[in-house]
Design a binder for this molecule. Structure first.
Ligand code: ADP
Ligand code: ADP
Length: 239
């Protein structure tokens, strides 16, 4: 798994909004870190600077071997291929099968002749089934994604990210649209995947309780500034 490092990163959007202010942090390979803060504090922006979607206005972002700011073309695809993304809105193709939704992760960042033909090899199939097994949804493989519950849909999205065989998982408010028991079970899945596969995980959360319970380290953002970086369990509500 890749480490993730921000050195004195600031982000100013074209309209002048400053979303991150001189943020420095280092996430070790295999670590699971929660990024916590109110809406508008810069959590999504932080995730988008890590996958190269939003450029740092100043400072440097390093993900594994990649200096994110300097990447173009094939190297940028390599970075994104190494990063599995999970969002609040699950972004599944509801009319397609669970299998097809997870298979998409295999080809998302490395299009090949097989993508164009929609052909999956034996290895692709095995990886898709293993990813679904990781989230406990093997029995739904031939069901339609649109027929699943919210928690199941998010698990399919996690399986889709896993089928990419990523080095890093970035989850932007993955449980914000789920009811509390379902949110807990999806967080538990993420934590289990982090420990079993040794993946580096950054997860944006606005609920500190989930961060305390399922991660060991918490990064607190307020108005784009890093206001806390330490153990999740002892972070107080001021974060
Ligand atoms: P969070 O994920 O914590 O809600 P965001 O990173 O989405 O925070 O937003 C941080 C700040 O940047 C907010 O003030 C938000 O309105 C602003 N912002 C986010 N995206 C854009 C954008 N594309 N253009 C301009 N401002 C933006
Ligand atoms: P989040 O807090 O999860 O980022 P938002 O509702 O703040 O969600 O933002 C939704 C979308 O709108 C994002 O793509 C974000 O970049 C964009 N956005 C947010 N604030 C602004 C803004 N002030 N100007 C332009 N785009 C914005």
């Amino acid at each position: 798994p890749w480490p993730v490092r921000l050195d004195d990163v600031s982000v100013r959007y074209p309209d002048g909004t400053v979303a991150l202010r001189h943020v420095s942090l280092a996430v070790e390979p295999g670590e699971m870190v929660a990024v916590v803060g109110l809406s508008g504090s810069g959590k999504s922006t932080l995730v988008r600077t890590v996958n190269g979607l939003v450029p740092a206005t100043s400072g440097t972002v390093t993900v594994g071997p990649h200096d994110v700011g300097s990447l173009r073309g094939r190297r940028l695809r390599e970075l994104r291929g190494g990063i599995g993304m999970i969002f609040q809105a699950f972004n599944l193709a509801d009319r397609a099968s669970v299998y097809q939704n997870v298979l998409v992760g295999r080809f998302a960042h490395t299009p090949t002749w097989r993508t164009l033909l929609g052909v999956a090899g034996r290895e692709d199939r095995e990886i898709v089934l293993a990813a679904l097994d990781s989230v406990g949804l093997l029995e739904k493989v031939w069901g339609r994604a649109g027929a699943l519950s919210g928690g199941q849909k998010q698990r399919v999205a996690i399986a889709r990210a896993l089928s990419q065989q990523p080095q890093v998982m970035l989850a932007d408010e993955p449980v914000a649209s789920l009811d509390p028991p379902t949110a807990h079970s999806v967080m538990a899945d993420l934590r289990r995947i982090n420990t079993e596969r040794g993946l580096t995980v950054l997860v944006n959360l606005h609920l500190m309780d989930l961060a305390r319970q399922y991660t060991t380290r918490m990064i607190g953002l307020r108005d784009g500034e890093l206001v806390y970086d330490g153990p999740a369990a002892t972070a107080d509500d001021a974060v």
